[in-house]
Ligand binder design. Structure first.
Ligand SMILES: CC(C)(COP(=O)(O)OP(=O)(O)OC[C@H]1O[C@@H](n2cnc3c(N)ncnc32)[C@H](O)[C@@H]1OP(=O)(O)O)[C@@H](O)C(=O)NCCC(=O)NCCS
Length: 216
């Protein structure tokens, strides 16, 4: 747990802290995610935009599925970011800072904290259209992978519809870039990345189907 004191514009001293979110934070997390996600409106493909962007049941599913959310408290929750263990890699999931606090280093502190939670190669997926998020991740040591590697990684580690694969990008921590390109090349030798039968993405108990739902 990281903690220190900060002074606001009215000279109030309070503690800020990064720690794991708990069940009692759920509604605040839900609020922050969906407030911050409004930035996507008009930028991501219109057919992928919906409000709320992440319904409550989707957020619950993500937590049950292993996404561990960390929060930035100052002292109330103002930003969240998840990390999910996927066996040979870890994914950064759902990075959101409440709109009026964006651009003040909160996301940066969260991602640095999460990077220290794992020794595994780290991947993060986002919409191709979210240029601000791509530049945020690049500032924190991530690089965009090439298109074929991106398609391979999204199909391997995420449960998202094909439409979202096409309109998303993946960044990898710089140290692991070569590893991911090599994995994609070896998987494509001799057989297509996905057979037509595999085109049906895993359906997540009423939440995700090949054509709807599924968030990065
Ligand atoms: C992306 C996000 C989590 C970053 O958190 P943050 O606290 O705003 O980021 P920081 O202040 O640590 O870093 C700022 C950098 O992030 C980028 N950035 C992203 N959104 C920004 C915003 N609204 N205002 C300012 N900078 C932003 C810029 O590259 C900026 O660098 P700069 O200050 O040198 O211009 C946050 O802006 C957010 O919630 N955005 C909307 C939702 C989103 O796009 N989430 C990403 C999902 S993959």
């Amino acid at each position: 747990m990281k903690c220190c004191h900060v002074i606001d514009k009215d000279d109030n001293i309070f503690r800020k802290m990064i720690k794991q979110c708990t069940e009692k934070d759920f509604l605040e997390m839900y609020g922050i995610i969906n407030d911050a996600a409004r930035k996507y409106a008009g930028k991501i493909p219109a057919d992928r935009w919906h409000e709320p962007y992440m319904p409550e049941e989707e957020l619950r599913h993500e937590i049950q599925d292993g996404a561990v959310f960390w929060g930035y408290y100052s002292p109330k929750l103002v930003g969240v970011m998840g990390i999910q263990d996927k066996g040979d890699v870890a994914l950064i999931r759902h990075a959101y800072v409440t709109p009026k606090e964006q651009g003040r280093g909160i996301g940066g502190e969260l991602i640095e904290k999460l990077k220290n939670q794992t020794e595994k190669p780290i991947l993060v997926g986002t919409w191709k259209a979210t240029t601000w998020a791509i530049s945020f991740y690049e500032k924190h040591g991530f690089e965009e992978v090439d298109e074929e590697t991106k398609n391979f990684l999204l199909r391997k580690y995420w449960s998202i519809p094909e439409r979202q694969v096409a309109t998303s990008t993946v960044l990898a921590d710089s140290a692991s870039m070569k590893k991911f390109s090599a994995a994609r090349r070896s998987s494509s030798q001799g057989q297509p990345l996905r057979s037509s039968a595999a085109r049906q993405l895993p359906t997540r108990a009423g939440i995700s189907s090949p054509d709807t739902g599924g968030l990065l």
